[in-house]
Structure formats: C-alpha cells, structure tokens
Design a protein around this ligand. Structure first.
Ligand code: K7E
Ligand code: CUA
Length: 669
C-alpha cells in the first residue's frame, strides 16, 4: 500500500515535537487546526503542504530528455543565475530541470518580496542612495571566484540603464549593495576577476558621453563627427568586497561586452562603435573594430604613481587608456565584436563578430607582447551569421550562438587554429543545431570556470514564435536546454520564460555552499525581542511601532497614531522555523514587506487619513494565517488636510484603460 503523505515517520514525528522543520511545523499546525475544527483531517493537510502526487511516466521519452528529468522531491545538480533584462531582477534556476527556484529583486520594485519603493526601508534606501531609480536593465550576472572557480560568496549584476552594479550575497540570496558608477552612461559589460580571487568587479560603459556629462561639449547636432568628438567611455574597476570604485580607464570607441582571464592580468572589452558614430550608418561603417585589453598590474602601478586625473565631482582615479597608452592593447576584430569569453584552459579569448560571420581567437600569451596587435590573433573562423556569444565544454570545443541563423554552432578551438594556419584537412565546425529562435547568450555548466563539466548547454532565445500557446502580442521568450555530453548536441526541452532571459551562468550546486535557512536575530541591531513590543512617540509627528510575529500571533494587535504621523514599523519575525516567513501589509498605505525567519525589517509610511486600517500577514504561514492581523487606528487631527479619497472609490465607477477606448469588444473584431 502506498504511504499516505500525512503519515509521519518516527523521525518526522520527533521533529514535530521539536518544531524545527517546516514539515514538522506544518504538521503540528495542521493537527492544531484540525483539532480546532478548521480543516478536514487529511485533505486540509494536503492542501497546506502541497503534497500533490505527480507521477511522471518516462516510458516513451527519448534518453536525453529522460536524463534531464528531475523527479519530484529531487534536487538539480546545477544552479543557474539568470539576469532578467528590463525586469531589473535576477532569477535562480535548477539545471537540468530548468525550474525557476527564486526571483531576486535588484534594481526593481517587487511587491512579492516587499522590496523597493513599496517595500522595506532598507532596500528603498539602497536604491535611493544609488540614484533613486526603481527600474533597471540587468544583463550580465557573474559569480565571485577563487583560483578560477566559483567560491559561492556573491553574484554581481549590472544595470545598463542607470550605470550601476549590484551585489547579491549567496548566503541569504538578497541584494546587499549597489554602486552607482561616476561619469558613465549605460554600464553594459560586467566581468569578475577570476584569479587569484574576486577581487575586482569590472564594468564597461557603453554609451559615449561628455566627461563630465554636465552640459559641456554639447555641439550642434548634424552629420559630422564633431558632435561626438569629446564623448568617451570608461572601464571601471570596483572592489568586490567593499563595492567601492577603485579606478577607471578611459578608452577609445565604445564598449560592449567584457571578460577577464584566468591569471588576473587582463580585462578586455569589445567595441562596436570604433568611430564614435551617432546613428546606425555611422556606427556600423568601420569594417574592423577591436577588443581592448586593459593591463591590470600596469594600471595599479600607474594609480600608485599618481598618474591619473579625476573627472568633475568624482574623486575616482581615471587613467588614459586611449590609443598610444601602455595600459591598453587594441586587438582588431571583424566587424563589430559583441561577446568575449576566455577558454577554460586560460589560453585564449574568443570574440564574436556580430556583423561579421566570424569568431576571432586571441592568444593571451601574445597580447601586450606582439608589436602589432594583429599578430595576437590565433584564428579567425567563419561560423555563421550573427555570432554573439561563446561558451565551452572543457573538452576543447566551443559553442557559439548565431542570432541571425537561429542556430547553435559547435566548433573545435585547436582545429580552428590549425585551419587558420593553412591546414586544409581539419574541419573545425562540428555541428549546427537549430534553436527557436534568435539566441543571444548561451550558458553551459561550469563553462565560466577553469573546470567546465560539459553536460548541459542553455540557449537563451529572444524569440519563441510558434513554440508555445499564444498569449497575446507579447510572446514568451525561450530558454532551450541542450545535452552536450556527447559528440552531437541534442535539444532536450523548451522553457518559456518571462522578460528577459538575458545572460546566465551555471554552477555546480555544491559551489553555492554558504546558503542559510534562517537569519540569526543577533545580526539585527533593531531586533524586537518578545515582550518589548509597543508604540513610542519620538517627535511631534514621528512614531515608532515595534512589532513581532510568531505564527499566528502578531504583537501588538492594535496601535494608535494621529493623522499626519510618520510611522516606522520595526517588525521582527521571531519564528525560527525554517521557511516560515511572515508578511506585513499596511492596507491603503501602499506598503508591503516580508520578513524571513529570524529577520527584522523596517517600513515607513505616513498615516495621512483618519480611520481604522488593518495590517495583515501576506505570506501563508499558518492555518490561522488569515487571523494574523491587527489595526492601526488613526485619530482625527482638527485642521489636518488628510489624503483625499479618489473619486472612483466614491462614485463606484470603474477605471478603464484609455488605450482601448476605440477597440472593438473582445470577439467582435
Ligand atoms: Cu549579447 Cu547585453 Cu549580453 Cu544582449 S549583450 S545578447
Ligand atoms: Cu504570518 Cu501569514
């Protein structure tokens, strides 16, 4: 007979007594609720713990597809970190299941996680200090390293929009710092130092602007190069521990993507706008642009020797790395190179031609050594139309996305070099696989380290066209999983994804080794201990409310303030059961936060309209979760001009989207 999900093993039962696991907690809670007559015994418990039985038949499934199945209750072998494009967030996925495990708000406002403008004070302040923008365009997630492999401490991510970089700590999986880079526009490329450790986090600004960009150097626009003559871009180096900007290097042209080597010597950025053009024809005119290499030890020595200037109000050292400088080395690449990445053996960088159907292999032993940078090129290989990004399997093969051809091309690096040197017998291209459609980045297991595993490859496609059920004009994008363990690539699964799967990096799950399950309350200086809850007036219009949650009890269950008071709620989740979060939503005040076990958060709002406002828990924490609520009683203050009530609420009339005013009724077109 099949085991009933609700039957506890002896071990689980003892955990119920200790109340230490979520399952134990849920069971205790279920039993209490059942005793209180709130739930039917079995069905209620199943609904609470989500124990749906989902047997999956694999009988008729091809072998590589079956290999990617992760059975219910089992864990993925790999953890992937995805940027979310203009959603401004980062996502965590399991590989090969491709299941999304978590979404981490970074530059955005997230009402689910209670982050940003409508969330807790700490995240709001972090975003305010970094410019006060609540949107961002996340492109390039990169993990921190020790000796060329992931060390599991941090993930860094850029915001192209406002020129910022953020750090996510990988014990709590939360954004903990954001740095706004001075004198840049559109930070696109991001790369982390791989050796000996991170070390530096590098950021390449893409759009050329006057330095400083304060109204100077604005010449009349027209069809001449004079208008952008004094526009520049900077390659910035940030300390990955302090998140402070250490130095910046001014380069020629513009910068696109960037990468670092496995020796800690170089960071390189591709350029797609060598002539500093201002429209499509002028940007795409030069037949050859470059990858600019920055020599890290030389820059450090120059900073030490004081050979720098500062720009505008920023105190960050800026070094001149334009043509002629010994800090930089410009390797020519056809035509407007885009992605650039190091081969796992540390020997080469591969730059992808974008507007040339070619990849260029650059020999790292030769950069800064060959007098003519052209001679640092080890190979140029024609791969197909629109090569954007390249990853590796650790067996000498590279996988390049072809945006225009909608293909993944597998090629051999040493064979490409042999062919470039005149060997007519070798065939560097191994296979071209159709993907659906228009791949930008790709990511392979451990490919961003010196220990790639060559098991799985993901193609991050910008289009899905006909792959999924239609959901209006905005189609899902498509992460396709490909098995690369054999000689031939095999397409394994289609995975629709929300805007936008920009880039990903995939680590063996055991590399992410500092994951915590609960917060230690002692790290919160503002922690509210049980028994110390209450309301305190600290100024004529300033009130602090100390609040605790221990499922399902919220303390206090009411507090009084006066109209016009600025109220800060300090909420400590004093449950130490893993996975037991609480939410705190102050109705009709636009604020929602959530508080993980052991965590303390603050949220501030103005009590600007007299009345009774319930606050309630938004995270399903207990059978009595709905009862976990209390009241803010706002007393009328004579003469105070309270926040007006919107007319729609008074008249009961709906609010319509004006855009659809002249559209026919659904189904009548
Ligand atoms: Cu190729 Cu922003 Cu990574 Cu787009 S860059 S694809
Ligand atoms: Cu606390 Cu729901």
């Amino acid at each position: 007979m099949e085991k009933n999900e609700n039957d506890l093993t002896q071990e689980e039962d003892s955990q119920v007594v200790k109340g230490t696991t979520r399952r134990g907690f849920l069971s205790t809670m279920g039993k209490i609720a059942a005793a209180a007559g709130l739930l039917g015994s079995g069905a209620g418990m199943e609904a609470l713990s989500g124990c749906a039985k989902a047997p999956t038949s694999t009988a008729s499934v091809p072998a590589s597809v079956a290999k990617a199945l992760v059975a219910p209750g089992k864990w993925d072998k790999y953890m992937g970190f995805w940027s979310g494009g203009p959603s401004g967030e980062v996502r965590v996925k399991g590989i090969p299941s491709m299941k999304t495990l978590l979404r981490i708000p970074v530059f955005n406002n997230d009402t689910g996680r209670g982050y940003g403008l409508t969330g807790d004070d700490q995240s709001e302040k972090m975003l305010q200090d970094a410019g006060g923008y609540y949107e961002g365009d996340t492109h390039h997630p990169h993990l921190s390293y020790t000796d060329g492999d992931f060390n599991g401490k941090y993930l860094y991510i850029n915001d192209k929009s406002a020129g910022r970089i953020a750090r996510i700590r990988l014990d709590y999986f939360q954004t903990d710092a954001i740095t706004a880079l001075p004198n840049v526009s559109a930070v696109h490329g991001l790369a982390t130092q791989r050796y000996p450790k991170t070390g530096y986090v590098f950021a390449a600004s893409e759009f050329e602007v006057p330095m400083p960009n304060d109204g100077r150097d604005i010449v009349p626009t027209g069809n001449n190069a004079a208008q952008t003559k004094n526009y520049w871009t900077l390659l910035s180096a940030v300390d990955g521990e302090t998140m402070a900007v250490k130095w910046q290097v001014m380069v020629d042209g513009n910068q696109d993507n960037m990468t670092t080597d496995y020796k800690g010597l170089y960071v390189a950025a591709t350029c797609y706008n060598a002539d500093k053009g201002w429209n499509v024809p002028t940007m795409t005119k030069p037949p050859v642009a470059w990858a600019v290499f920055v020599n890290i030890p030389r820059v450090e020595a120059a900073v030490k020797a004081g050979k720098y200037k500062t720009i505008g109000k920023s105190s960050v050292p800026v070094l001149d790395g334009r043509h002629g400088s010994d800090l930089t080395y410009y390797v020519p690449v056809e035509k407007d190179p885009h992605g650039i990445s190091p081969t796992p053996d540390g020997k080469y960088f591969v730059a992808n031609g974008k507007l040339a159907p070619k990849v260029t292999v650059i020999d790292l032993e030769k950069v800064f050594k060959e007098k003519n940078p052209k001679d640092a090129v080890a190979a140029v290989l024609t791969v197909g139309v629109g090569p954007l990004h390249t990853v590796y399997d650790g067996r000498g093969n590279a996988y390049t996305t072809l945006f225009v051809d909608s293909q993944m091309v597998k090629w051999n690096i040493e064979d490409a070099i042999k062919a470039y040197n005149g060997d007519k017998k070798v065939k560097p291209i191994i296979q071209k696989l159709d993907v659906q459609y228009q791949p930008g980045h790709n990511a392979a297991t451990q490919s961003d380290t010196n220990k790639p595993t060559g098991e799985w490859l993901v193609s991050l496609n910008k289009f899905s066209k006909d792959r999924f059920l239609p959901v209006g004009p905005r189609f899902p994008e498509n992460d396709q999983l490909i098995d690369i363990s054999g000689h031939k690539m095999v397409l394994v699964s289609d995975n629709p994804v929300y805007i936008e799967p920009h880039q990903a990096t995939i680590a063996l799950a055991d590399r992410i080794k500092y994951v915590k399950k609960v917060y230690d309350p002692k790290y919160f200086a503002n922690h509210v201990a049980g028994g110390t809850e209450g309301v305190k007036r600290i100024g004529p219009h300033r009130v602090i409310v100390k609040l605790t949650g221990v499922a399902p009890i919220l303390t206090p269950v009411y507090f009084h303030v006066k109209e016009g008071d600025i109220v800060t709620v300090i909420y400590s989740n004093n449950d130490s059961v893993e996975n037991l979060a609480h939410g705190f939503n102050m109705t009709m005040h636009g604020k929602n936060i959530n508080i993980d076990p052991g965590e303390t958060k603050e949220v501030t709002f103005t009590a600007d309209r007299a009345g009774v406002y319930w606050y309630f828990c938004t995270i399903f924490c207990h059978a009595l979760h709905l009862e976990m609520r209390g009241r803010m009683i706002v007393e009328k203050v004579p003469g105070y001009r309270s926040r007006p009530i919107k007319p729609n609420r008074l008249s009961g009339k709906p609010s319509f989207d004006e855009r659809f005013k002249d559209f026919p009724e659904v189904g009548k077109a």
